[in-house]
Design a protein around this ligand. Sequence first.
Ligand code: FNR
Length: 432
Amino acid sequence: MTSPANQRPRRGPGRARQAAIYRAGALGRAPSIPTDAASLERRARKAMSRIAWAYIAGGAGEGRTMRHNREAFEQWRIVPRMLHGVTEHDISTSIVGAPMSSPLLLAPIGAASVVTPDSDVIIARGAAAAGTPYVISSQGCNPMEETAAAMGSTPFWYQLYWSTDEALVDSMISRAESCGAGALVITLDTTILGWRPQDLNLGSLPFARGHGIAQYTSDPRFTKIIHNRTEAATDRPKTRLSLGAVRTLVSMSKQHPGPLGKNLRSAEPRAAVEAFLEVYSNPGLSWDHIATLRHRTSLPIVLKGILHPDDARKAIELGVDAIIVSNHGGRQVDNAIASLDAMITIREAVGPQPTILLDSGIRSGTDVLIGLALGANACLLGRPYIYGLALDGEDGVRQVIENIVAELDVTMGLLGVRTVQDLSRDLLTPVL
Ligand code: FNR
């Protein structure tokens, strides 16, 4: 028998990250990215414009859903066990058939070019550097093919907002398949935009300035839709432009593919924005649409935005491969149920088999651990990686991911949990 004194613990990503930070600290260098969520958010706010902050950090109505998302985690406490003697643990897992280095993916976040141009390619590079899958958004700021290329060999998924134009839905699905997406995520909760006072109070809708429509302007079907509109618009009467309108036109032209000079003289950038606003999401989306998906794609199908156990059961009956329990980070319905609370109820309703991902309110490795202990198979990280992007681009995204994964790894080591599958409710106690 090996003597306990001779067991040498493997250095996982958590201890390696701690060591790297402390080593740099000994040379007088503090990390460029804060390692806790509150400092990260505070620093990022200073680095972002008012409009970008409103769009990224803002939520629906009075922000109650965002608060509930955080408070739900406070309702559970970890009860550590001692003397477990576990020196080896492994945070890798596999979701919809794909191996993952940790149970963390980056959530789809659209219009991130309000923070920095070429946002999606930069995020993809950061995600790839951390070996973490990225769910590319329908409202992305680079064509999905470019973002996919920046992911290298790290898996990525494609998220779709179901357009009112069915040919556009097919075109986006086929592009996602061709560029190597590992799954198709359909977001269900944004058939129309939520009531978002932070944006409304500034009169700011990033899409109206041309942000977040790169998947559309790079799409052959969408290009046809724009051409039809520009032809129909040639005899539109000319109106006098205010300074604000000129700024909007310049922004649209900058975001549009092609040289800025040409775009400024063309009606196309504006037609693209107008066409996008008309077709981007289908308020009539129903289970009938979802039922068509199996015939339209060979990709695993993931439904994002499920909160009610009956919807979860229905999704599973339809044969989807996974569901993402999410309230869209509290951006759609104010005073909605916390995502974590919904996930617990849904896991109880559907049993242990179906794959459930938890999204909305994840801020730390400990949150990931609690989510998994309560029944999620993996978690999605949202706003924090955009804060990393705002502070330090690609490297900021990488560091935010690595900090969260490191905390998960270190905490699993402290608790003596060998694998993510071993995380269970036994580790937790509810706050009474
Ligand atoms: C989002 N989210 C989102 N979801 C989606 O399916 N497609 C999208 O394009 C976007 N865009 C988007 C923009 C911004 C600025 C935010 C903050 C969020 C929702 C996102 O995928 C995820 O559900 C939330 O970010 C999770 O909440 P937290 O953890 O960020 O608070």
